[in-house]
Design a protein around this ligand. Structure first.
Ligand SMILES: Nc1nc2c(ncn2[C@@H]2O[C@H](COP(=O)(O)OP(=O)(O)OP(=O)(O)O)[C@@H](O)[C@H]2O)c(=O)[nH]1
Ligand SMILES: [Zn+2]
Length: 180
């Protein structure tokens, strides 16, 4: 790539750049190598609680699979337990496991919801993701203020309008707007 840019790969600042870029991608794409069993680490607990659990404003950094440019934003995750709850920190870990891959936002949203559905068998799972995409900001259409929202609603969040509205109302009171 350096040669294609017209750069001199031997100049001082660039000598270790290929190595740095390789280790950067290893970090940004670490999600492929996460072992889901290790991630959960048995932090699933039997608890008599059947109301909605919402973890909102989980920031994430991903790379779009078309341009390998960042898309960044936050995920809001909810579920209604069926006798089992998951350790709080595990939800952001699940988000990161899927964010740190080459992604499209829609697939990432779905994967987070499906994963939680499989490990918890809850009464419902909902995931909303809001993000800004560098590939649409700094190149191409160059729209700096547009953002994308995607969602996956499973179980009670799909069948019950009241449940869905309770979740959407909860996350609508979110922190400040997305910015960089
Ligand atoms: N649906 C979806 N599209 C995405 C996502 N990230 C990037 N894209 C889009 O993927 C599309 C790729 O389109 P192409 O026409 O093949 O690529 P391109 O010539 O670089 O397109 P432009 O961005 O329009 O210049 C673009 O419309 C991007 O905006 C994402 O997470 N979800
Ligand atoms: Zn892109």
């Amino acid at each position: 790539m350096l040669i294609a840019f017209g750069e001199n790969p031997e100049r001082q600042g660039l000598i270790r750049t290929p190595e740095r870029v390789a280790s950067m991608y290893e970090e940004l794409l670490a999600g492929y190598r996460v072992d889901p069993v290790e991630l959960i680490n048995e932090a699933i607990f039997d608890v008599n609680y059947d109301e909605m659990v919402v973890v909102r404003d989980i920031e994430f950094y991903s790379l779009c699979e078309h341009h390998m440019l960042p898309f960044i934003g936050r995920a809001h995750v909810a579920y209604i337990p069926r006798g089992k709850v998951i350790g709080l920190s595990k939800i952001p870990r699940v988000v990161d496991m899927f964010a740190r891959r080459l992604q499209v936002q829609e697939r990432m949203t779905r994967q987070i919801a499906d994963f939680l559905n499989e490990v918890l068998h809850p009464l419902g799972v909902a995931v909303v993701v809001e993000a800004i995409h560098m590939c649409a900001m700094i190149r191409g259409v160059k729209k700096h203020n547009s953002r994308m929202t995607t969602s996956t609603m499973l179980g009670a969040f799909r069948t019950s309008m009241a449940t869905r509205m309770e979740f959407l109302d909860n996350i609508s009171r979110s922190a400040e707007p997305l910015h960089i």
